[in-house]
Design a binder for this molecule. Sequence first.
Ligand code: ADP
Ligand code: ZN
Length: 612
Amino acid sequence: MQQARHILKSTFGYDHFRHHQAEIIRSLIEGHDVLTLMPTGGGKSICYQLPALIRSGTAIVVSPLIALMQNQVDALKQLGIRAEFLNSALHPGEQRLVENNFLAGDIDLLYMAPERLLNEHTLNIINQCDISLFAIDEAHCVSQWGHDFRKEYQQLSLLHSRFPNVPRIALTATADQRTRNEIIEQLSLRQAKVFINSFDRPNIHYAIAESGNSRDALWQFIAQNHAEDAGIVYCLSRKNVEVTAEWLNKKGRTALPYHAGLGQDIRQRNQQRFLREDGVIIVATIAFGMGIDKPDVRFVAHMNLPKNIESYYQETGRAGRDGDPSDAWMSYGLKDVINLRMFTENSEAEEQFKRMMLQKTDAMLGFCELTSCRRQALLAYFGEVLEQPCGNCDNCMNPPETWDATIATQKALSCIYRTHERFGTHYIIDILTGKDDERIRRNSHDKLSTFDIGGEHTSVEWRGIFRQLIAHGYLATDSEGYGVLKLTEKSWPLLKRTKTPQTVMLRKLRKISKTKKKKTSSATRVMLQTLSAQDQSLFEQLRQLRSRLAKEQNVPPYVIFPDKTLTEMAIIKPVSASQMLDISGVGETKLNRYGDTFLHEISRAVTSNCKI
Ligand code: ADP
Ligand code: ZN
């Protein structure tokens, strides 16, 4: 382990192991199988990269996404590690070269997709080589129930039977018990040591806005908190992706669309720009994101409700892998609630599966309407207990007010009852607020006892009330998809005013204040706030230098140094190689490669400041 600690510092530039890293690494070095569940950004990669450098032979890393292997290999090469990948992006000549190097024992880590690994040609080569370990990344891809299911992953148990003496490590950021059991079963990992980390992502601020006009709300969120940061905006439809991207561009941001309807080359190009340029926003359907390992995504915004909490956790988890403050922001409204419910109701799935989906929808809606700490609820969903409210979510920082909405609920339900459950929210609200409307008169609904009994709330407030009533199950929508409101079992006790009186507590509409700033702001800004003006300008200079170097080598900037490392440099202003080595994220290879250039830039800035 001493050697492991030494490599952690000299190669990766870090002083301490995080979470279970040390135990995992020790287990692998000793030759045990390992299953590790760690949240995104927890530091999974080092768990197999470091043992790969210590054990003899080549480590084979199975990864589902060809597009991302390049970045992982680039990052390792920057650290002076002999890493390669084998996939269809290589020309036959390049491929042979990699294979020869592999056979010669000149590769520390070799990345490949499962289908490549499983073909006989590759297996034959592996047979002839010394293998240090197998790392199976994104191991939840074996799960048939997950959204990332990959058939080939299920055949990876073959590694166990063919190479029984090579230790294997399976890694995932998916938290639920069911997936965990599937991984153990499918990959024959019953003997494996299991390391489960907390799934909390303390650096992510969770917030959910109830906004009708979500695009304006989105802009307000971005402009206030992430004026220059990279982020992901998720939309439900391809069309919305296009429109939103264009709209953000008009607002002056670089925003690129990504969805399955775009050509492969456009998608590839947009993804590369997102990874390689600073401050790009990607607007995408959920087709985007698996395996994206960009560490400095500062926000993930949802323009629609994700379909369940698992997806929400996974998608928001793409923010802040580097551990710096980041935002998970979502905007949702009445229409989203109706759509999500309808989507589940109308699904053609088997009864049992549908029931499960309905439960998940309920959980998601409940999460949105929550009045207590979101992080506590999110972790509780995955079976984890957080003792105290987190202090870093919208409900903690700005507790929502609730009000007794029993009477309003009764008015609403009664109005639906009296119109025979045949109308949607718009119409019902018009009756409640006594709108002068042709259709209402034609239906003689202006004669109803519920006509004009809801004038104490505006239409907007009523929409909020209906949204919450649907979310909480006091109302349902029809299964035909017209948005017709139906009473539910939960409605009747309120309608009948039974002896056991029920109260319905709802949250008050939050006023979006234009001026109020959030307490925690974007990471870059928080870091910069702690920097003096001079340090800030040095940080900017270092960032530009990094951009230049990254462009020259055609790699993403964070592969050279993460923001955190540049911030430390700007504060400490090292003047020698040994001081440079003390900066987190600077190991020996990077010192050799970039030390002088950055030292020079720092000294130049310091002297020019002295002159002023
Ligand atoms: P994951 O694959 O779990 O999402 P990564 O392996 O990409 O996470 O690690 C996330 C970030 O944390 C990377 O920038 C990585 O270099 C950094 N990191 C990992 N381990 C440590 C550590 N022990 N000390 C400091 N930074 C670390
Ligand atoms: Zn909280």
